[in-house]
Each structure stands twice: as structure tokens, then as C-alpha cells.
Design a protein around this ligand. Structure first.
Ligand code: NAI
Ligand code: 15L
Length: 265
């Protein structure tokens, strides 16, 4: 591939994937509103606010695929979510439509379904149960992607990422953890599959305690290798087990279900 765009490239996952995906395209185009540091020879830096429509069009022009990690990644004030995650994703899809429809990997979230109980196994067909405005913005992104697929044939992988960190950090993440290796191999499968469509994919490793069923996307050929179970003893020793009546132990979205609606002002 000639040019792969990574939005949110200064963020936690952006920094990881900037390094890991270096060989996937001749040029990595990296974008964020935060500082991206110096560019390596194979990189081009294009700082851009996702809420700026004209800038997003310049950003997407000439790209063959997009890893869309940019935006607000936790619960926040509506105005901030509106600009980055709602206006931002609309700008991205309009820019993609104008510039050859590069395949998009959309970093959606488990917080689209955070109010499901932890004892319910979910497949990709369950209705949304977002656990905050952040989760609602990811539902919007998924719906917009589906609209652009049905209307224009724009392909998107809707990756509902669980918890993508170096290691699981608490009891809940024994179920939701996505290792960096497994996220990288998922990105490769998404970029390689001849026909992607617009599937919902649970971004989760092969955790023994996982809640999500990826049966519908077997055609991607993705086999996650990691299992959070190997961290269980360490978590049991170092982390207090949440009380059975705590949202941390009841809902898939964990503590996000307890966030207030942050008022603007
Ligand atoms: P992060 O917060 O570390 O990175 C997001 C980046 O987006 C930041 O560098 C930020 O400066 C940038 N950004 C925010 N507003 C922007 C705007 N208006 N214009 C341009 N850039 C803007 O988040 P992280 O953890 O790297 O996650 C990446 C993506 O994956 C996010 O979309 C997040 O919602 C999603 N995700 C991540 C999960 C995880 O476990 N890390 C779980 C589920 C979803
Ligand atoms: C998310 O959507 C967040 O972006 C990330 O920071 C984690 O908190 C993750 O979900 C999670 O649910 O663990």
C-alpha cells in the first residue's frame, strides 16, 4: 500500500500502532491535535482537528486506508464529544467519499453496549446499550459507517475495542482485554481481506472469560492468540475484587456506567 493514515496517532494506541504498522505502507500519514514528535523517513505528519472539515479533506486525500483512532476516548462534556467524535467522524466519511473511499478501521468501543450484564454473551446483532455520551458517539460512528456502506459501498471495520493495553489492569479486563499483538493482527486481517463489508468486530483477545462472540466475522481469518487468564493470579493478588453488587462486577461497561452526564459550561 502507498499511504496509510492513522488518526489519533499521538494517543495511547496511536503511538503503539505508529511503531507496529511502520512496514504496512510506503508512507504512514500521522495525524492528531496533540504533538506527534519528529517524523521518521517513512512518515508524514499532518496535524489536524477532526472537527475542521476542510482540514480533514486534505488529510484523507491520497490515502489508501485509514486507521481512525482519533477523538475523545472516555466520558466527557457533550460539546467536546460533539466536535471530535460526531462532527469528526462525519467529516472523515465525507472526506473518504470525496477521495476514493479508502477502507476505514473505526475504533468503536465496548461502551456501545456497556449496560449489558457481564453474564450475558453478546454477538454482533445485539441492540446498542451505551453507557454514556462517549458510548453514544461510538454508536453514531457505527451508524454513520453503515449508512455510507449502504449508500456508497464504503467499507469499514467497526472494531468494538474492549480494553487495549499492555496488560489487563483489573478483574473486568480479564474479560475485555485486547493485546497489542492481537490488535495488530486484526488490523492486518482487515486490510488484507478481499471483501470487508461493514462488520461489527469485537476487539478482544482469546480470553477464557470473554463475553463476546466473533462467529460472524470468521471470514476475516483473524485468530487472536492472547488470553488474559495468564494475568489472573497477579490481578487477584494486587487488585481488590469488586463487590458483587458493584457496577464494576455487574455491567460490561464497568465504571463508565457510573459516570455522570458532564454538563457544558
Ligand atoms: P487516546 O485518548 O490516548 O487517543 C486519542 C487521540 O485522539 C489523542 O491523541 C487526542 O489528542 C486525539 N484527538 C482528540 N480529539 C481530537 C480532535 N478533535 N482532532 C484530532 N485528534 C483528536 O485514546 P486511545 O486509548 O489511544 O484510543 C484510541 C481510539 O480507540 C479512541 O477512539 C478510543 O475511543 C478507542 N478505544 C480505545 C480503547 C482502549 O482500550 N484503548 C477501548 C475502546 C475504544
Ligand atoms: C474505552 O472505550 C476507552 O477508550 C479506554 O480508555 C478503556 O477505558 C476501555 O474503553 C475499557 O472499557 O476498558
Amino acid at each position: 500500500m502507498e499511504r496509510l493514515l492513522i488518526t489519533g496517532a499521538a494517543g495511547n494506541l496511536g503511538r503503539v500502532m505508529r511503531r507496529r504498522l511502520a512496514s504496512r505502507a510506503r508512507v504512514l500519514r500521522l495525524s492528531d491535535i496533540a504533538d506527534l514528535g519528529p517524523a521518521a523517513p517513512h512518515e508524514e505528519l499532518m496535524p489536524c482537528d477532526l472537527a475542521d472539515e476542510a482540514a480533514v479533506h486534505r488529510l484523507v486525500a491520497g490515502c489508501d486506508a485509514i486507521l481512525h483512532l482519533g477523538g475523545i476516548s472516555v466520558e466527557d462534556r457533550f460539546e467536546r464529544i460533539l466536535q471530535a467524535n460526531i462532527r469528526g467522524v462525519y467529516n472523515l466519511y465525507e472526506a473518504a467519499r470525496a477521495h476514493g473511499q479508502p477502507r476505514i478501521i473505526f475504533a468503536s468501543s465496548n461502551h456501545t453496549v456497556g449496560f449489558y450484564p457481564q453474564d450475558q454473551r453478546l454477538d454482533a446483532t445485539v441492540p446498542f446499550r451505551p453507557d454514556g455520551l462517549y458510548g453514544v458517539s461510538k454508536c453514531f460512528g457505527e451508524a454513520l459507517a453503515r449508512l455510507y456502506f449502504e449508500k456508497f459501498g464504503q467499507e469499514t471495520a467497526l472494531v468494538r475495542i474492549g480494553s487495549c493495553f499492555e496488560e489487563p489492569r483489573d478483574h473486568r479486563m480479564l474479560s475485555t482485554w485486547l493485546s497489542h499483538d492481537d490488535f495488530e493482527s486484526l488490523i492486518d486481517c482487515i486490510l488484507r481481506v478481499p471483501r470487508l463489508g461493514c462488520p461489527v468486530i469485537w476487539g478482544v483477545s482469546a480470553n477464557a472469560a470473554a463475553w463476546w462472540d466473533n462467529g460472524a466475522v470468521a471470514y476475516l481469518g483473524w485468530t487472536p492468540r492472547d488470553n488474559a487468564e495468564r494475568f489472573r493470579d497477579r490481578i487477584e493478588q494486587n487488585m481488590p475484587r469488586p463487590a458483587p453488587d458493584s457496577p464494576l462486577a455487574i455491567f460490561q461497561g464497568g465504571r463508565f456506567t457510573q459516570d455522570p452526564i458532564h454538563r457544558d459550561g
